[in-house]
Structure formats: structure tokens, C-alpha cells
Design a protein around this ligand. Structure first.
Ligand code: MG
Length: 347
């Protein structure tokens, strides 16, 4: 039987506009495209490293050769448990985006061999996906206003506003004034103090915000639990959720979790987190990093089972290297075709 062969390529994604959150603003996003091949069949995955989760392109490229060596004894991409064990031996901790790329590649390899969409292989449905939000990232207020207005004019109905500054009240109030009918979600990216968060709850209520993502520091579960007692909006954990097992401790502090494949270690890990969150009565958002349509397609496979979708990562790009995802404003159709359902554009 042929052996599994792992190869990778670097990929620089560029956002159409600088993308800013409370911690940073960037325009270039280094990604790595991982391909798993056996017997002429290929599966693909995308590593979207994020410094907040301890990763850079340097860490991705340092660990991939070790992973390729560890997989030399693996013959069967269907053996997901065996792959997971091999991966865990090389990377007991950290490197979630590399783990994600490998899981994506293994799942797609199997789906390509079976000739079915990857979501069918995972037992997931073709039901319509929840409308995705479109992110209005941090910038000067007139620019945020303009971006928000343009997004709504282009048909977006749900905006996710990035906050975490000393002018958050002004930003949110201005956007609500500008766009009285759009659904507004707020993401503070862990930047608020407890006092600030408490004060902002009233501002969120006045703006009729739909949900609040990660107001406080990632490790401040007590603060989130306390805030939740007075909050009208659902609190959703993002930075506080690094690993499937975290869902257990988050259930007391949050109403929901934001699942991102790149931080959880792949589609199989995200699916476990989804089921664990449901078992604890939590709501679920499917999210993303700035990723190509390949990474977004893998997240979209799970979206039909989630309450909220935030899958605009590839829409923010100037140079998405993959095609195959079909958007109608905020509405994403389940990807068609075998595997993840996307193809690489010619160079
Ligand atoms: Mg977030």
C-alpha cells in the first residue's frame, strides 16, 4: 500500500483594506497550504497561524518537517484516530493551525476518494447555513462608517463591529445611527476591563446589539460569569476557547462559543467542541481567521449545525487563491463538489 506523503507551500493573503482589531492591524497574512497525497488522491488543508495562539509562519514551517517524518509510518488516511495520535506525539501542545491543516487534508483525502462533499463524510447536513456576519474592523470612525455603509449597500445584513478602544461608545452609537436596521454584533477581542464592560452593556442595549464576543481577558472567567448575570445580550467566548476541553469550563461564564478551526486544531476537533457545547446547552458560532476560501469551506461544512456564522475571512481578501464558494451577500451556499468543494485559481 502506498504511504502517505505530506507537502506544503507558503501562501501570502492580502486583505483588500488593512484589517484592525484591538490588538493589531495587518494587511498581509502568511498562510501555509498543506497537501496530503496517497495513491494519486490529494487532500488539502490551510494553516492560518495566529500570534495570539502562539503561532507564526516560522513555527508552522519548523514543525511541518517533523510532522511529515512522523506520518511516514502512517498508511491509512481513514485512520483519523491514528493520525491524531501521530500528530499529538509530534505536537503535544500548541501548533493548532498545523493540526487543523492536517485534519482538513485527511478529511478531504477521504472525501475525494469517496467522491462526496467532506461535510457528508462528517455526517453533516445540507441545510441552509446561517447568514454570515461581515466584519467592520477597527479604523478611524469616518472610515468605519463608510465601510459599514458600503457593506450594507452591497447586501450584507449582519455586521460584526470590532471594538476595544477608548472610543467604543462613539463608534457603536454612530454605526447604529448610520444603519438603523442592520443586525449588529460586537467583538471586543478581550480588550475591556470589567468596569468598562459593565458600562458598555447599556450602550450595546441602546444599539440593540445581537451578541457580545469576548469582552474581557481570555482567562477572566469569573469576570465573564459576573458580567453575564446582568447582560441582556448573549456573551460568546472566542479568545477564552483554545481547546476542545475548554468548553467545559466556559459553560458557566458564557452563553455561547465561537469555534474557529485554526485555533481548535481542525474540523474534527471543532465538531467535538460543537457537540460538547450543545451538551452544555450553549449556543454556537462558527468563525474563522483571515483565510482563503479553502479554510472557509472547511468551516462552512459545520455551519449548518451552528446558530451564528462569521465566515467572512475570504471575503475580506484582495487575492483569494481559491474559487468555489458562492456568496449572495451574507448568504453562503453549502460548497458543492467532492472534498471541500473549492479549486485553486491558476497562478
Ligand atoms: Mg472574535
Amino acid at each position: 500500500m502506498d504511504l502517505v506523503n505530506l507537502t506544503w507551500d507558503t501562501l501570502d493573503l492580502h486583505t483588500a483594506q488593512p484589517f484592525g482589531i484591538a490588538r493589531w492591524t495587518h494587511s498581509v497574512y502568511p498562510r501555509t497550504l498543506v497537501t496530503l497525497e496517497r495513491g494519486g488522491v490529494q487532500g488539502r488543508g490551510e494553516a492560518a497561524p495566529n500570534a495570539f495562539y502562539g503561532e507564526t509562519r516560522g513555527t508552522v514551517e519548523a514543525v511541518l518537517p517533523l510532522l511529515a517524518t512522523a506520518l511516514e509510518g502512517v498508511r491509512d488516511p481513514w485512520d483519523w484516530e491514528g493520525l491524531h495520535a501521530a500528530v499529538t506525539r509530534v505536537m503535544p501542545h500548541d501548533h493548532p493551525s498545523v493540526k487543523c491543516a492536517l485534519e482538513m487534508a485527511a478529511v478531504e483525502w477521504c472525501a475525494m476518494l469517496a467522491g462526496v462533499p467532506a461535510r457528508h463524510l462528517l455526517g453533516l447536513s445540507d441545510r441552509p447555513l446561517p447568514h454570515s456576519s461581515y466584519t467592520v474592523s477597527l479604523a478611524e470612525l469616518p472610515e468605519m462608517r463608510q465601510r459599514a455603509r458600503e457593506a450594507v449597500e452591497a447586501g450584507q445584513t449582519i455586521l460584526k463591529v470590532k471594538l476595544g478602544t477608548d472610543r467604543d461608545e462613539a463608534i457603536l452609537t454612530a454605526l447604529r445611527e448610520e444603519l438603523p436596521h442592520v443586525t449588529l454584533r460586537v467583538d471586543a477581542n478581550a480588550a475591556w476591563t470589567r468596569v468598562q464592560a459593565k458600562r458598555m452593556l447599556d450602550v450595546l442595549d441602546a444599539a440593540n446589539a445581537e451578541l457580545l464576543e469576548q469582552p474581557l481577558a481570555a482567562d477572566d472567567l469569573d469576570g465573564h460569569a459576573e458580567l453575564r448575570r446582568t447582560a441582556r445580550v448573549p456573551l460568546v467566548a472566542d479568545e477564552s476557547l483554545h481547546h476542545v476541553r475548554d468548553v467545559l469550563s466556559l459553560a458557566r461564564a458564557f452563553d455561547g462559543v465561537n469555534l474557529k478551526l485554526a485555533k481548535l486544531g481542525g474540523p474534527l476537533q471543532a465538531l467535538q467542541a460543537l457537540r460538547l457545547a450543545r451538551a452544555h446547552g450553549m449556543q454556537v458560532m462558527i468563525g474563522c481567521m483571515i483565510e482563503s476560501s479553502l479554510g472557509i469551506a472547511a468551516a462552512a461544512a459545520l455551519a449548518g449545525s451552528c446558530d451564528w456564522a462569521d465566515l467572512d475571512g475570504a471575503l475580506l481578501l484582495a487575492d483569494d487563491p481559491f474559487t468555489g464558494l458562492h456568496w449572495q451577500a451574507g448568504e453562503l451556499a453549502p460548497p458543492q463538489g467532492p472534498g471541500w468543494g473549492v479549486t485553486r485559481r491558476p497562478e
